[in-house]
Design a protein around this ligand. Structure first.
Ligand code: IPM
Ligand code: MG
Length: 403
């Protein structure tokens, strides 16, 4: 192909992407109403098991949720639905990140509990299809990826608001090999997309009496997309000055260092950041909390919400026969977030307390990812014993105040 044709092909590709993004902006502008869970009877919780260890840890998380919602289930106020087919085998067979009939079933539910799914890369045994996570976040417009990380013994209580439908991800499977020498990817920030996540972070700070929101960018280098994100963070901060909320901005590189700085890190509270930086920083934060297996993730949109672990499907644990030893805490954390989101904040709090007692303080039964530790099932039973323990709140206070 001559240079002229090569450029024409690239231009057409770019034009198509711009057209789609402009349409997405119109869709964002049109969406105003949030779903009201109190008006739903029943609230439908769809469960997608996923791949690898997801098949097991999603069962443990469902067991916990069914326990916490046993009364509502009996009264027909909450219903669980098994959604089949969000497996790498089925996705590869259909050549789609989420097969159409699976997406239809997902959309019939109100919230989704999702096990980790395999995300192929070129050269893997699977076709190089788009990530099911990225597709679900886009299809359901789950724009806010909310990831709390707490280390009570160090006074760390962080919450990350990761933008979830734009950045380097939204066109991550739509980059262009212009010719045999040149590859280009696209990174997107829209006014509406950045504003809604930044606003959510500030609202959270306001509602929880927190005085600081930190934007994380690389706006000194990635000047256009991160530049817009940074500008909006400052603009929205102005509106919240009266609430006593300060805004600051850190570049992603120094931020990854600062999370390791014991003298500074506990001062961070609410962080808001574009998609890829959020992906990276939340894995680091989760590792500090005790490993990625301990962190949960809420993907929130106005109409749907999806709850999952922050980590992947760990296929190696399955091939080595260690999947029963996988730590289900991440998905159980996500289940606590689900409970809070659909209107049961007290129960969410109790589940969080039990998770902290079991995972950070008492640690009587722990997983190690292999047969030197407990199974996921044992850890789940241990946790449920604590959730039902009348001494739960006292014990939690004793532990956290003793720090
Ligand atoms: C996460 C995961 C996903 C992401 C992968 C599985 C596509 O790492 O939820 O953080 O990159 O967002
Ligand atoms: Mg990640």
């Amino acid at each position: 192909m001559g240079t002229k044709n090569t450029i024409k092909k690239a231009k057409d590709h770019f034009a198509q992407l711009i057209e789609e993004q402009l349409e997405r902006i119109e869709m964002m502008k049109a969406q105003t109403e949030w779903i009201d869970y109190r008006s739903l009877k029943p609230i439908l919780i769809g469960v997608c098991r996923g791949d690898g260890i997801g098949r097991i840890i999603s069962k443990h998380a469902q067991r916990v949720l069914e326990h916490m919602l046993r009364k509502e289930r009996a009264d027909g106020l909450v219903e669980f639905r098994d959604i089949e087919g969000l497996t790498i085998e089925n996705r590869a067979r259909c050549g789609k990140a989420i097969p159409d009939e699976v997406l239809d079933e997902i959309k019939k539910c109100h919230v989704i509990l999702k096990g980790p799914t395999t995300t192929p890369q070129e050269g893997d045994e699977w076709p190089n299809i788009e990530s099911a996570n990225v597709a679900m976040r886009r299809e359901l417009d789950l724009f806010a990826n909310v990831r709390p990380v707490k280390i009570p013994r160090e006074g760390i209580d962080w919450i990350f608001f990761r933008e979830n439908t734009e950045g380097a991800y939204v066109l991550g499977s739509r980059g262009l090999d212009v010719n045999e020498d040149l590859s280009i990817d696209f990174k997107v920030t829209t006014e509406q997309g950045a504003e809604r996540i930044i606003r959510m972070a500030f609202e959270y700070a306001k509602q929880n009496g927190l005085g600081r929101v930190t934007a994380v960018t690389k706006a000194n280098v990635v000047k256009t997309t991160d530049g817009r994100f940074s500008r909006l963070a400052k603009k929205i901060a102005d509106e919240y000055k009266g609430c006593g909320i300060k805004q600051d901005e850190w570049y992603i590189d120094i931020m990854t260092a600062k999370l390791l700085d014991p003298a500074r890190r506990k001062d961070f509270q609410v962080m808001v950041l574009p998609n890829l930086y959020g992906d990276i920083l939340t894995d680091e934060a989760a590792q500090l909390q005790g490993g990625v297996g301990t962190a949960g993730s809420a993907n929130i949109g106005k109409r749907w919400a999806m709850f999952e672990a922050v980590h992947g499907s760990a296929p190696r644990m399955v091939t080595e026969g260690r999947d029963i030893y996988a730590d289900p805490s991440s998905m159980i954390r996500a289940s606590a977030m689900l409970l809070g989101h659909i209107g049961f904040p007290e129960r969410a709090k109790h589940l969080d307390m039990a998770l902290e007692i079991c995972g950070q303080f008492e640690k009587k039964i722990v997983t190690t990812g292999r047969d030197t530790g407990a199974t996921g099932e044992e850890v789940t039973s241990y946790l449920l014993d604590w959730v039902d323990n009348p001494d739960l709140e006292n014990k939690w206070q004793e532990y956290t105040e003793g720090q």
